[in-house]
Every structure is written in C-alpha cells, then in structure tokens.
Design a protein around this ligand. Sequence first.
Ligand code: FAQ
Length: 317
Amino acid sequence: MTQKEISLEEQFQARIDRGESIEPKDWMPEKYRKTHIRQISQHAHSEVVGMLPEGNWITRTPNLRRKVGLLAKVQDEAGHGLYLYSAAETLGISRDEMFEQLHTGKAKYSSIFNYPTLSWADIGTIGWLVDGAAIINQVMLTRTSFGPYARAMVRICKEESFHQRQGYEIMIGLSHGTPEQKEMAQDALNRFWWPSLMMFGPKDDESPNTEMSVKWKIKRKTNDELRQQFIDITIPQAEYLGLTVPDPDLKWNEERGHYDFGAIDWDEFWQVVKGNGPCNKERLAARNKAWDEGAWVRDAALAHAEKKASKNVSKVA
Ligand code: FAQ
C-alpha cells in the first residue's frame, strides 16, 4: 500500500468514526466496496429467493383476506430486492452479474429460505419469526455507514414490520383456535425456531467478517448480540401464544438480564449454507426457471428502450 493510500484510508476511517455517511462517489477502500457488494447482493438475493416459500401458499390461503395480505407481502419482498440491487449497483457491479452469481449457485442467500413451507402455519411463523429476525438485523442497518444501503433499509424496515404483524396475527388465530390449529402452529414453531436463530449468522468467534464490519459501522451490533436480542423479544410472544419454544435449555437468567438458550446445530447451518439444505436445489431451479421464462419480457423492455433512444438521437440530429 502506498503512503497516499494509507492516508486516504485514515481519512476514510475518521469519517466513519465521526458517523458520516459514505456515498458511492466518495473514495473508499476496495475491501469496503467489496464487502458491501457481497452483503447487499446476498441480502437482495435473500429477498428474492424468500418469495418462494411463501409464494407456495398464495393459491391455498384459508380465505380472501389472507390471500390479499400474503400477495402484498410477497410483492413487497420483490420490491426490497429491487432497492437492494440498485444500492449494490452504485458500487460498480451490474445487475446481470449479480443474477448470474445467484443462478449459478455462486452467491449466498439467507439459509432460512432453504426450508420447506409444509402447512399454513408456516406462513404465520415466517412472518412472526423470519420477518421478526430480519427486522432486528435490519433496523441496525438503517444506520449503516453506506448511504444508499442505509436509505433502502429505512423503507424496507417499515414494510417488514407490517409483515411481522400479519404473521403474528395468523399465529394468534391458529394458537387460540381448534386443537388441530394449535398443533399446526406448534409444529411450525418447532421446525422454524432453530433455523431462525441461524439467520443471524455464525457465532461471533467464528464470523470472519464481523470485526471489520463493526469497525466500518456496517454492523452496529454483532451476530450474537442480535441473536440474543431476538430471543429476548420473541419468548414473551411465544408465551402469549401458549406455544413452547423447542429448547429444553431455555431459561431466564436474572443476573445477565437475558434468556440463556441451548446449543445451535452449526453443522446443520453450514450444510445449508453450502447448498445441502432441504430445498437449496429446488430454490435455485425455481429461480433459473423464472429467469428463463422471463426472457421475452426483458427482450421486449430492452427493444422498447432502444427504440426510444434511437428516436431521441434522430431528433437531436
Ligand atoms: N445464511 O462473517 P459472517 C429477510 C455467511 S432478509 C447464509 O458473520 P456477515 C427478509 C456470510 O455471508 C434475510 N449465509 O458474515 C424476508 C459469510 O459468507 P461469505 C437476509 C450466511 O456478512 C423475510 C459467512 O457466512 N438478511 O429475511 C448466513 O458479516 C421473509 C460468515 O458469516 C440479510 O442479508 C445465513 N443466515 O454477517 C424475505 C441482512 N449468515 O459471504 C422474505 C444483511 C452468515 O464471507 C420473507 N446481512 N452467512 O462467503 C447481514 O446482516 C450479514 O450479512 C449477516 C452475516 C448477519 C447475515
């Protein structure tokens, strides 16, 4: 590294430390740029792949009101993907490159979306737990140091908060309903609890990116801090539903002022991240199919844009 780069890096860190927002045209270390492309594109892919487990239930909602709510939620996730792809593009990666990384399995997306949605209660549980976990993680990202990412997150968080409420409302209905409905709700909680805790990423001492991301204020809190916050908020909600969290070691710790919880199965987490989860192959196949079948829409949109551009050129000439 040259002397000039060292001093640029010091000035950059000083800006971060003062809480200034970094904008796309500002100087930034290459690693900062790459870390953001990685995290924002993974986040965008998660929103887009995250439409699949819920999309599976749009034709099978128990009534019209639930269908309207679920349709709106799934469309919101598509919108979140778009804001995030746009934010990543400001860092010099094209949308085509990001899609290529997703479709070839090179890019990561959140482990949680590789689990199946087997019953209607899973839709309630995704809203309650998955959107709930997403909010805890993402409220912190509204103050992240990179301006376009932080601004996208403000809007996303407002919508995620509505998603969490609609999910919890489904769970209230089911858990206070017939014994069969309550059983369905409990079964969904049993299957989604541990994968939801894994959403926050590996333990801090096994998270290679956390140290630098905290220094650069990309992360305002670590994976373990956010996971604990999620557990502390969610347990009283499960109690209100009359459901049991599937963790025999879960217990309030008066001294710490937090819940203690059991060991997470990190082997399962890494298997899912590496592509060997229950639905990884199905999810990638669905995304590739949608991409191939949407080719005519992209071609038509591009043809229109080209025609418009050539008209403008002839007007100028
Ligand atoms: N799944 O060093 P760290 C949603 C990877 S959106 C898969 O701790 P980092 C909305 C990580 O990429 C949910 N991979 O990494 C919705 C890294 O690999 P790499 C998505 C994971 O980045 C709701 C390696 O492990 N949210 O739910 C996971 O500092 C309902 C080492 O980990 C976001 O993306 C995982 N769970 O911290 C949609 C939020 N965890 O890239 C539809 C933004 C870790 O070095 C329906 N992202 N990995 O090869 C973040 O906050 C961070 O990226 C973390 C991970 C906290 C996820």
